[in-house]
Design a protein around this ligand. Structure first.
Ligand code: AMP
Length: 209
């Protein structure tokens, strides 16, 4: 199954994707995770994108499209994928359609106030990318990841100014994809306001699993 997870930052796309991989048995491909790994490894890609990502802006389309095209050509993605955080612009969606056809696009529906609450309390594992929240999903040991023991930190782009910028970028550049995919008959709306277990149920229902 080839799925795209579309929604604002903080909608819970990554959290649901981590659960959904067991249900649909395809890899979870997050452009944000790939970029953050490149930054941690201080690779040429990481050095190129760090300042852009920290400020909450988007990496340029050519770089991002090339990265996804290469990732989707790998063996594990032949049976399908969950694309999380890509496409984020109309040119990215048009480019994707040239090298892969998604079966469904899940639109994570959530108001801004809820996004702000989630992002301002979000913590992320530096090593494996697992997500936590200071109120709703604390790691068992303070600042240490339950899954791998890595350090749990606040993403630079989860700071207030960057959050505002990311929401503005979402509205201007990514939200038009809702109509783009609705017109193609691929869009399924998922209520992303409740907690993870409920959202998993909504996801299964939307896909008839
Ligand atoms: P995310 O983890 O999906 O919130 O992504 C974190 C950051 O990575 C974004 O704010 C962008 O700077 C960059 N990024 C991730 N995916 C894309 C994309 N499809 N196009 C451009 N930039 C992206």
């Amino acid at each position: 199954m080839k799925l795209i997870f579309l929604g604002p930052p903080g909608a819970g796309k990554g959290t649901l994707a981590a659960k959904a991989v067991d249900l649909v048995k395809v890899p979870h491909i997050s452009t944000g995770v790939i970029f953050r790994s490149a930054i941690a490894a201080q690779s040429p890609l990481g050095r190129k994108v760090k300042a852009i990502i920290d400020s909450g802006k988007l990496v340029d389309d050519d770089t991002t499209i090339e990265l996804v095209k290469e990732r989707l050509s790998q063996g594990d993605a032949q049976k399908g994928y969950i694309l999380d955080g890509f496409p984020r612009t109309i040119p990215q969606a048009e480019a994707l359609a040239e090298f892969s056809s998604a079966d469904k696009v899940l639109n994570f529906d959530i108001p801004d106030a809820k996004v702000l609450e989630r992002l301002s309390g979000r913590r992320v594992c530096k090593k494996c990318g697992a997500n936590y929240h200071v109120l709703f999903n604390k790691p068992k040991k303070e600042s240490l990841c339950d899954a791998c023991g890595g350090e749990v930190y606040i993403r630079e782009d989860d700071k207030e100014e960057a959050i505002r910028k990311r929401l503005e970028v979402y509205r201007d550049q990514t939200a038009p994809l809702i109509d783009f995919y609705r017109k193609k008959g691929l869009l399924l709306d998922v209520d992303a306001r409740p907690g993870t277990d409920e959202v998993v149920k909504n996801f299964k229902q939307a896909l008839g699993l």
